[in-house]
Write a protein that binds this ligand. Structure first.
Ligand SMILES: NC(=O)c1ccc[n+]([C@@H]2O[C@H](COP(=O)([O-])OP(=O)(O)OC[C@H]3O[C@@H](n4cnc5c(N)ncnc54)[C@H](OP(=O)(O)O)[C@@H]3O)[C@@H](O)[C@H]2O)c1
Length: 272
C-alpha cells in the first residue's frame, strides 16, 4: 500500500493524481488533516484517512499498512512547530512499521544550519530511526519566480526586474517534483538515497527573453537593488549567493525525460 500525506496541497495532489494512473486505487491511501478537502479523491475510490502532524498518536493508525509512505514536509515554518510535527511523523512511521519513507526535503538540507535546518534535522531523524528512506531534496519551485502576477507585471511594464547578481537558477516545476516523487513511490532501487532534484539552469535575462517571445511583446531584464525586491529579498539573497547555481541530473533521471524549463512554465502561465 502507498500512503501519501499532503494530498490537499500542490505537490501531494500531483503525486496522488499520477499514482491513480499507475497503481490500483485500492493500493492507495490519501492522508489529509481535513478529509473534506479530499472528498473528490474519496468519491473516486481512494481511501482518505484523517491525519494531522500535530497528533502523533493518530498518525500511527494512519500509517499502518504502508509499504511506502510519501511524507510531504509541513509548510508551517513557525519556529519549533515544523520540527515537532516532523518528530511526530517519523515516530509514528517507525511505530507503524512503514516499509519505506520518501521525504520531501530541500535543496542543500544536508549542509546544516540556516533556514533549512528543519529538513536537515528530519533527515537525521529518519536515518537514525533505521527507516528505509529516500530523500527528495527539492529545489525551489519555478513558480516562485514564474507565476501569473510576476509574468503579468513583466508583460505590462515591458521590464522584468530582479536582483539576481547574474547567477543562474536550478528551479523545477511543482509538477515535475511531484512526478519524481511518484516515480520513487512506484519504482525500485531508491532505498537509502538522497536525490538532488533540480531543473535545467536558467537566468533572469533568459526569462525576460522567453516571456517576450511567448507573450509577443518586448520585455527586457533590469537588475534592481536587493532592497527593492520587497518580500522576495530573502529569496534573491539566496539567488545572489549562488545557492541555486549548481545543476543535478537526478530529476531528469527520475522523470525519464528532461525536466521542464522556464519556457514551459511561461507557456503554462500565459496559456499558450
Ligand atoms: N520547494 C519549494 O519551493 C517549496 C515551496 C513551498 C513549500 N515547500 C515545502 O514543500 C511542502 C509541499 O509543498 P506544497 O507546495 O505542496 O505546499 P502546500 O500546497 O502548502 O501543501 C502543504 C500540505 O501540507 C498539509 N499540512 C499542513 N499542515 C499539516 C498538518 N499539521 N498535518 C497534516 N498535513 C498538514 C496541507 O494540508 P491543508 O490543505 O489542510 O492545509 C497541505 O496538504 C510544503 O509543505 C513545504 O514544506 C517547498
Amino acid at each position: 500500500m502507498i500512503v501519501v500525506t499532503g494530498v490537499t496541497g500542490r505537490l501531494g495532489r500531483i503525486v496522488i493524481e499520477d499514482l491513480l494512473t499507475r497503481v490500483p486505487v485500492d493500493r492507495l491511501v490519501a492522508v489529509a488533516r481535513n478529509p473534506g478537502k479530499a472528498a473528490d479523491l474519496a468519491e473516486r475510490g481512494v481511501e482518505v484517512r484523517r491525519g494531522d502532524y500535530d497528533d502523533r498518536e493518530s498518525l500511527v493508525d494512519v500509517f499502518t499498512g504502508a509499504d511506502r509512505l510519501l511524507f510531504v514536509s509541513s509548510p508551517d515554518v513557525t519556529p519549533g512547530v515544523r520540527r515537532r510535527q516532523h518528530e511526530n511523523v517519523v515516530d509514528a512511521a517507525v511505530r507503524a512499521a512503514v516499509g519505506h519513507i520518501a521525504y520531501t526535503s530541500a535543496i542543500k538540507a544536508h549542509e546544516g544550519p540556516g533556514f533549512l535546518e528543519d529538513h536537515a534535522v528530519t533527515e537525521h531523524l529518519i536515518r537514525d530511526a533505521g527507516l528505509t528512506y529516500t530523500f527528495l531534496r527539492n529545489t525551489f519551485y519555478t513558480e516562485v519566480f514564474v507565476n501569473p502576477p510576476a509574468v503579468a507585471a513583466a508583460v505590462d511594464s515591458g521590464e522584468l526586474r530582479a536582483a539576481d547578481g547574474g547567477k543562474p537558477l536550478n528551479t523545477a516545476t511543482i509538477r515535475d517534483l511531484g512526478l519524481a516523487a511518484s516515480a520513487v513511490l512506484t519504482g525500485n532501487g531508491h532505498e537509502h538515497t538522497a536525490y538532488e532534484l533540480r531543473g535545467p539552469l536558467w537566468t533572469f535575462p533568459e526569462l525576460a527573453e522567453t516571456i517576450s517571445a511567448v507573450a509577443g511583446k518586448p520585455v527586457v531584464y533590469r537588475e534592481i537593488p536587493l532592497e527593492e525586491t520587497g518580500e522576495m529579498a530573502f529569496v534573491f539573497e539566496l539567488v545572489r549567493s549562488g545557492f541555486f547555481a549548481d545543476p543535478s541530473e537526478d530529476l531528469e533521471k527520475l522523470l525519464g525525460r528532461p525536466a521542464a524549463g522556464i519556457r514551459e512554465a511561461v507557456q503554462e502561465v500565459l496559456g499558450r
